[in-house]
Design a protein around this ligand. Structure first.
Ligand SMILES: [Zn+2]
Length: 50
């Protein structure tokens, strides 16, 4: 998996609380996607598939 960066920030959701990256620690947010969250810094991807 590559460290692709995707930023799909919706202005209406920008105030929504985002999870921190478990690798980078607090201060680095994960970018939310339809079925996963990714870190734009280290490339960490967390799948939230249910
Ligand atoms: Zn990270």
């Amino acid at each position: 998996m590559g460290a692709h960066k995707y930023y799909t920030v919706n202005e209406n959701k920008i105030t929504r609380t985002k999870p921190f990256c478990p690798k980078c620690g607090s201060g680095v947010f994960l970018a939310e996607h339809a079925d996963r969250m990714t870190c734009g810094r280290c490339g960490y991807t967390k799948y939230s598939k249910k």
